[in-house]
Design a protein. Sequence first.
Length: 233
Amino acid sequence: MSQHPTGLSQDVLEDARALFDFNQLHHELRPCSVGIGLGSHDPGVADVSAALFHQGVFPLIVFTGANAPTTRGRFPGGEAVHYRRRAIELGVPPEAILVEPRATNTRENIEFSRQLMAEHGVQPKSAVLICRPYQQRRAYATCRQVWPALDVICASDSRRLDDYINGIGDPGFVVSMIVGDTQRVIEYPKLGQAIPQDVPRPIEAALGRLVTAGFTDRLMLASGAGKAPRPRG
């Protein structure tokens, strides 16, 4: 079986690309009330948030996220705190950023950000969710369930999977994260955590092959999402 420069087999990479592309919604950017940067291992969330702020897409950024087991070493001060620091380095005024440092899952990212904005007198009608590329579909579905009145679109790093993997530096980790997010797109609606979405059979098949190949570190536990490891990293 041939190997790609990422170190992944071509078969694995093709299935991962299918899931990576499926999870991106390709929303057209438009001006919104706020940008909400969802905490994760990916520093690109802060970079994209800052770029969109400078483009005038939104006047306010909320960074949300505490830590997951795989981000404590990378962002010891917390994901949202690190993102704020990075955005300020990129020229975003500190007064244009709110920090929500408690959320440990995507639902909490949305709920706690909503609470924080309300405390500051902000009642947004629309929002851009900025997240990992392969988290878009799940983040959108979660937000539509938790905050249905909010007009929401998604944005992410626009790199192709191969370049994204090289940027993160850990191919197996990225594929496992993609597998975990895709599984949650399927399972969370059954638990009332997100709106349902159509998942084509070829995507389910690709997901199954990657699970069989051993990319299982970020899968939900059989007992349900509430006890699952968080797919953030």
